[in-house]
Design a protein around this ligand. Structure first.
Ligand code: FE2
Length: 313
């Protein structure tokens, strides 16, 4: 049975301010090297993304997707340990019943402790990442809770819904899926950040859409990211996507992001109709693979051109 610590004095911060507390998941066998290798070996690879990246916090477009078909779980983990890689094991709650049960238990405990918190759905992504790698400055459309399991990482969390740190247009585009989550970053933003050095056995939440960035310290990191949808977050998502439609197609600027009331109903209804009749085609942004995971390469990856040359008989 997982234990989620959340004292009465800080539970009101959930979803409102950054909130750090503790848990005991990291003591489970589910996250040992052997368990991770077994998970990776049997994993539906279309849901597993390997990414490598640069070293500069400002170059937020330097994420590169790496192919990993045919690479064993042990080799993937070796590449993470020796290289510069981030494995996003998405949909882990669907692929492995133990994760579904675990996430259900975690959220049952959060529901029990946080008045009014009632997610309509939850899901999980397991994150395995190399020492010293980073996640560029970005904002997520879906609210999440991060359960840290192995290693140490530093995370900076910036003010949510503040035009100085994230432009409304960018957030609307993220909601619509037409741009990646990564945002322009200025190191001066750090003056407004709340910073944590996360340790195994800690969990962290922050306000929906708050920009954040991460740097691993000198250890392999394992974390479980759980995303949740509430009626409120779902309504907001619809309004942001509708606002984007009215901005990009009809030139309306700065429409309200309020998710309730007649204006929200009108906008989301009109947008639904527009979408149905094909007036809002969305061209979803996707990474194009540039590398292939190679546990013996310096960064754990090899450029695809080089990989192709290596296979010529
Ligand atoms: Fe994130």
């Amino acid at each position: 049975m997982p234990i989620v610590e959340l004292s009465d004095s800080i539970r009101g911060d959930f979803g409102v301010r950054p909130l750090l507390s503790s848990h005991n998941l990291h003591q489970r066998d589910l996250f040992t090297d052997d368990a991770l290798i077994e998970l990776l070996d049997g994993y539906p690879r279309e849901h597993l993304y390997a990414l490598t990246m640069g070293n500069d916090d400002i170059q937020t477009d330097q994420n590169r997707l790496a192919l990993h078909d045919g690479v064993s779980g042990a080799s993937l983990l070796k590449a993470v340990k020796n290289g510069r890689l981030w494995l996003n094991i998405t949909q882990v709650h669907r692929a492995d019943r133990r994760y579904r049960d675990l996430i259900d238990e975690l959220f049952a405990q959060l529901r029990a402790r946080i008045p009014g918190f009632s997610p309509v759905s939850t899901e999980g992504t397991l994150l395995i990442s190399s020492p010293n790698v980073l996640v560029y400055y970005h904002a997520d459309a879906t609210p999440s809770v991060l359960w840290h399991l192995r290693g140490q990482k530093r995370i900076w969390i910036y003010p949510a819904l503040d035009e100085r740190y994230i432009k409304r247009n960018h957030l609307e585009d993220i909601y619509a899926g037409v741009r990646h989550e990564y945002l322009p970053f200025d190191p001066l933003y750090d003056q407004a950040a709340v910073v944590y050095d996360l340790q195994p056995g800690q969990w962290l939440s922050w306000p929906r859409n708050a920009p954040h960035r991460i740097t691993n310290l000198s250890s392999v990191n394992v974390s479980l990211s759980t995303e949740y949808i509430t009626r409120d977050s779902r309504a907001h998502a619809r309004v942001y996507v509708a606002n984007r439609y009215f901005r990009t197609r009809l030139g309306f600027r700065n429409l309200s992001s309020r998710a309730i009331g007649p204006s929200a109903i009108l906008k989301t209804t009109l947008h639904r109709v527009a979408r149905k009749v094909g007036l809002d085609p969305l061209y979803l942004k996707r990474h194009v693979p540039a590398f292939r995971v190679d546990p013996d390469a310096p960064n754990g990856v090899i450029a695809i051109d080089d990989a192709a040359i290596g296979t010529i008989p």
